[in-house]
Design a protein around this ligand. Structure first.
Ligand code: SF4
Ligand code: FES
Length: 361
């Protein structure tokens, strides 16, 4: 197949983060500060990305605001011609810093929401005072005039707050809300019993989103990531493996998706050793599940194979033990019925103690 250039790059600037969310999708082994790429290295990657055809740069983590050079990094990305989006909890952003980011050319901010009140948000984020701080940052974002997307991560413990989360997005002047039901990768896998929504909650969320989309047309765009363990078809993960986006980890490893390192046997290149374009077009990990040639049944003969590209490779690995299997969320997967039963068991589990994310050094 002819390989298109990537549209988006996620730069995981750091794994350091003041929050301890139990649904963190970062790997169990976090990169330490002394192994992170420095400013000049990131600037070089941004230029390579722009040359490769990347249009949008998502600056993420961890918490990207823990990088002292964040403003400089934004300026470098803008100089390279990239559209810049900062994905943040808001912790570590003061008015002075936000104004500096504005002056450096930051285009957009995506603010995470752990709950719609301090009791919920501070408990889930494991950070006291975080909610009040976030509201203040949202106010400053509006004052300075950044376009804002609110990113509400929802699970069994806070899904009842979805209507209020949508209201908050409108009150904050956000143009978009991403309603993301928790996905179980990385650390989040440890918390399936505590966080798995019930089927009834998943259906109620579908209805809430449908109603709000109709009511708020022209006011707020609602992106929705459904509770996929309770779905019949998988999501098209990463827009298709090696098709639209790539991730760069804090130490410079280039991944087709953020959980790709959970797939044994894949060989990943580093920007420290190889040009980004070569990694995208010729890297073994990107080629492994690109397109449809790697598929077996039921995906190979399926009418949806270029719709969802077999779902999520990392989820197939985690749940079926085989990265080339159909995503077990799919109704055609031999693992589908067992997965739905497990999801129900997790959702109704008695023991639901949260295991908060351990911090990176
Ligand atoms: Fe998607 Fe494969 Fe299921 Fe078809 S069989 S819907 S391609 S996961
Ligand atoms: Fe890796 Fe979905 S997270 S393919």
């Amino acid at each position: 197949m002819s390989v298109p250039p990537p549209i988006a790059m996620l730069a995981e600037l750091t794994h350091r983060c003041p929050l301890a969310c139990p649904y963190c999708s970062n790997p169990l082994e976090l990169t330490r500060k002394d192994s992170e790429l420095d400013t000049a290295a990131w600037a070089g990657i941004f230029r390579q990305a722009a040359d490769l055809g990347v249009l949008q740069l998502h600056l993420s983590g961890g918490e990207p605001a823990t990088r002292r050079d964040l403003t400089e990094l934004v300026a470098e990305a803008r100089a390279a011609g990239l559209y810049t989006n900062l994905i943040t909890s808001g912790i570590g952003l003061t008015e002075k810093r936000l104004r500096a980011l504005d002056a450096a050319g930051l285009d957009h901010i995506q603010l995470s929401l752990q709950g719609t009140d301090a009791a919920m948000a501070d408990r889930i984020g494991g950070y006291r005072g975080g909610f009040d701080r976030k509201l203040e940052v949202a106010r400053l974002i509006g004052k300075i005039g950044f376009p804002l997307t609110l990113n509400a991560v929802l699970h069994r413990q806070n899904l009842h707050q979805l209507p209020r989360a949508i209201e908050m997005a409108v009150e904050m002047g956000a143009r978009r809300i991403e309603v993301a039901t928790v996905q179980f990768h990385g650390w989040a896998l440890k918390n399936r019993e505590a966080l798995m929504p019930t089927r009834a909650q998943a259906r109620a969320a579908d209805a809430t989103v449908a109603e709000a989309r109709a009511r708020l047309k022209g006011v707020l765009v609602i992106d929705y990531v459904r509770a996929d363990y309770h779905s019949d078809y998988p999501k098209r993960c990463m827009g298709g493996w090696g098709t639209t986006g790539l991730n760069v980890t804090p130490e410079g490893t280039v991944l087709p998706c953020h959980a790709a390192q959970t797939i044994p046997g894949l060989v990943f290149d580093s920007v420290r050793d190889r040009p980004l374009a070569e990694i995208w077009y010729e890297g073994a990990a990107f080629a492994a599940y690109r397109g449809t040639d790697w598929m077996r049944e039921p995906c190979a003969g399926c009418e949806r194979k270029t719709v969802d590209f077999g779902g999520c490779r990392c989820q197939a690995m985690a749940l079926a033990g085989d990265p080339a299997a159909a995503d077990p969320v799919c109704i055609k997967s031999p693992h589908h019925a067992a997965l739905q039963a497990r999801a129900e068991a997790f959702a109704t589990a008695e023991a639901s103690e949260i295991l908060w994310r351990a911090a990176a050094g």
